[in-house]
Design a protein around this ligand. Structure first.
Ligand SMILES: *[C@@H]1O[C@H](CO)[C@@H](O)[C@H](O)[C@H]1NC(C)=O
Ligand SMILES: *[C@@H]1O[C@H](CO)[C@@H](O)[C@H](O)[C@H]1NC(C)=O
Ligand SMILES: *[C@@H]1O[C@H](CO)[C@@H](O)[C@H](O)[C@H]1NC(C)=O
Length: 243
């Protein structure tokens, strides 16, 4: 129950639902709801709030600044992704076989510390609770109803290897298939939280670069005993998309 209460609190902070809006009105950015950001076709709907001041560097510990994309890349979306990292037990170790997640606009609340700090604590906590994934799905549904869903994240294997896809079709955009540029262990709790990444676009127009950081959950146990056993581990992360 403790976990659920905290989850609900973080969800309100993370997902700007109609009922949560009064809590957020002090945010200076909030009056610029539904701005037209001049996004190129392909990048999905414009951020709901002005992201001119949003700053990925401010989210990164000083020694992880290398995750920033090239300086001529333009920030197009600030998001949070919720879902699962999938594993299969192979020769005694859980091997990552992809992920499935939903990606939501957090432009209106991206600067709240809760988005980075509490989300991580909460997601890590619910991993131990029965029904944790169902709760995440419920939150995802709520955000979808509120129109904040931007993209689906999944893996494509048609090329023979696992390729991460971000598909913005649900918000009127295109897709991007990412290629890993940089992979850095989570600086806070790498046993629990998946790595922080910079990806560049291998194909698709939805973004040129994207960065995954402030990760929460998603790591599998170090070892496994039942060959071919599958495991889905809930995770959340901030994903920053750059054009
Ligand atoms: C977004 O904010 C910046 C400054 O923070 C401002 O210059 C710009 O006009 C704003 N854009 C919109 C569409 O409101
Ligand atoms: C990952 O697991 C989800 C269930 O959480 C499943 O729907 C999805 O197809 C799986 N994807 C991969 C690439 O294994
Ligand atoms: C595990 O899966 C592989 C590939 O699908 C299969 O060849 C193998 O027989 C399976 N092993 C066990 C112990 O089920």
């Amino acid at each position: 129950m403790y976990g659920f209460t905290k989850l609900a609190a973080a969800a309100l902070a993370a997902l700007p639902l109609a009922s949560a809006l009064p809590l957020l009105t002090p945010l200076a950015a909030f009056h610029t709801l539904a701005i037209s950001s001049g996004l190129a076709p392909g990048q999905g709907q414009a951020p709901k709030c002005n992201i001119t001041q949003a700053n990925l560097a401010a989210d990164l510990p000083a020694n992880l600044i290398s995750l920033l994309p090239p300086s001529d890349a333009t920030l197009s979306q600030v998001t949070i992704g919720f879902g699962t990292q999938n594993y299969t037990c192979t020769n005694g170790k859980f091997v990552n076989v992809g992920a499935l997640a939903q990606v939501f606009d957090i432009s209106c609340v991206q600067e709240l510390p809760a988005i980075s700090a509490s989300i991580s604590a909460v997601i890590n906590e619910i991993q131990g609770l029965n029904g944790g994934i169902a709760l995440e799905e419920m939150l995802a549904k709520m955000a979808q109803w509120a129109g904040f869903k931007l993209a689906d994240h999944y893996f494509d294997t048609s090329s023979g290897s696992l390729a991460p896809v971000f598909n913005f079709q649900v918000s009127g955009g295109d897709f991007v298939i990412g290629k890993k540029v940089l992979d850095i262990a989570d600086p806070f709790n790498p046993v629990v939280n998946v790595d922080w990444l910079q990806l560049s676009a291998l194909a698709g127009d939805a973004a040129k670069f994207l960065v995954r950081e402030q990760t929460a959950g998603g790591q599998a146990p170090a070892t496994c005993t039942v060959e071919n056993e599958t495991l889905q581990v809930p995770y959340a992360a901030k994903y920053w998309f750059f054009a």
